[in-house]
Write a protein that binds this ligand. Structure first.
Ligand SMILES: [Fe+2]
Length: 312
């Protein structure tokens, strides 16, 4: 595809980009790369260690119901059929950045975003492809990078909440950055009234400010979306300050500021660096991962597209 990926970007969108929630239009849904055949081939060739196969319950506050499963030797087309009919969620991590077919689109998207937004200069970008069932959901969470979502197939509702108290506790981001918790966070359904809510159809895209919590509920159809994680100078600085605050808290201090302005930031950058070096040598680091134990096998003959494994 030689045409620009984004098909709508005006002065308002440029002005609000990364400062608040911005929606726009793109044209990936018209690209053959997202047809059933192309996606099935991608599933077959993408490294399996970069693929997550999950399911979840219906209650948006029950993040414990999120669990991982095993695709076995099923091929891409069979897995797509199981997702269409069942309650499954597949994440092809980094597909947009490492797969030659999709990396071209990813590259084109970010060169266009840079051209459309003077001064926008990501240090690193990663992109994945999510393929999920008509009634799948993703629980309330906040990402450590800046995020963009380009919706390609099906319909889904995304709710984006303000990136501060009570929706986001500074201590939650500190714990995520210290790998003491996953990106999932406690959620109250009453917060939905405070969210920016979008019902996404193919060709819609949304971008939101760093650390803004969000959750997604699919509405109908096989859902396919592209998610991009973007590391910028701003996200590095903010994460370093929060990481330093988390380190100070573990040393018994009560950090009062999460500001990225002023002289105290240099001290915090140093604290964050020293803490990382110290923990690398002194503490066996283990990232808090979503439950990785596989508790089901994908099975297109089952109603929800999977069969639970017998408990040992
Ligand atoms: Fe996210």
């Amino acid at each position: 595809m030689r045409e620009p990926v984004i098909t709508e970007w005006n002065d308002d969108q440029r002005g609000e980009f990364r400062k608040s929630v911005v929606s726009a239009r793109h044209r990936l849904h018209r690209d053959e790369a997202f047809s059933d055949d192309a996606l099935a081939e991608l599933i077959d060739r993408h490294p399996r260690e970069l693929c997550d196969f999950c399911t979840m319950g219906d209650d948006p506050t029950d993040r414990e119901s999120w669990r991982a499963g095993d695709p076995g030797a099923l091929d891409g087309h069979t897995l797509l059929d199981a997702v269409k009919a069942g309650k499954l969620w597949i994440n092809l991590r980094e597909a947009m950045t490492i797969d030659p077919v999709y990396a071209l689109l990813h590259k084109r998207l970010f060169s266009q975003l840079k051209a459309l937004n003077p001064g926008y200069d990501p240090l690193r970008t990663y992109g994945g492809i999510l393929i999920s069932s008509p009634k799948a959901q993703v629980f309330y969470h906040a990402d450590v990078s800046e995020t963009l979502l380009l919706h390609v197939r099906g319909h889904k509702r995304i709710r984006i909440y303000p990136p501060h108290q009570p929706w986001l506790k500074a201590q939650s981001m500190e714990s995520i950055l210290h790998h003491r918790q996953t990106e999932d966070m406690p959620f109250q359904t009453g917060w939905d009234q405070d969210a920016a809510t979008f019902d996404l159809k193919p060709g819609d895209m949304v971008a939101w400010p760093l650390h803004a919590p969000h959750r997604v509920e699919n509405i109908d159809g096989l859902n396919v979306s592209v998610t991009c994680e973007v590391v910028t100078q701003d996200s590095l600085l903010k994460n370093a300050v929060l990481h330093a605050n988390g380190a100070l808290r573990q040393m018994g201090w009560v950090p009062r500021s999460t500001s990225t302005q002023g002289l105290q930031v240099y001290t915090k950058l140093m604290i964050s660096k020293i803490w990382k070096v110290w923990t690398r040598y002194m503490v066996a680091q283990s990232k808090a991962m979503p439950k990785s134990e596989r508790t089901f096998d994908i099975d297109p003959n089952e109603v929800e597209g999977f069969k639970n494994r017998e408990l040992a």
